[in-house]
Design a protein around this ligand. Structure first.
Ligand SMILES: [Zn+2]
Length: 61
């Protein structure tokens, strides 16, 4: 029988998470939908991704 692969990562599909191989990949696919829209809306705010998130905490600790 034909092997169905996950469209996200290319691994073998798991029937439970059809058509993906895991809940993670299903979430990734969903994230791409929202991510695409979100990215369009926030394209004028590139500063968001340049915030030093972890570096400060690391030095304090
Ligand atoms: Zn997958």
């Amino acid at each position: 029988m034909p092997k169905v692969i996950c469209p996200i990562c290319g691994k073998e599909m798991i029937e439970r998470y059809r058509p993906f191989c895991s809940k993670h990949c299903a979430d990734v696919d969903l994230g791409r939908w929202f991510g695409g829209k979100y990215r369009v809306e926030t394209e004028e705010m590139p500063d968001f991704s340049q915030l030093p998130a972890n570096d400060d905490d690391y030095e304090v600790n």
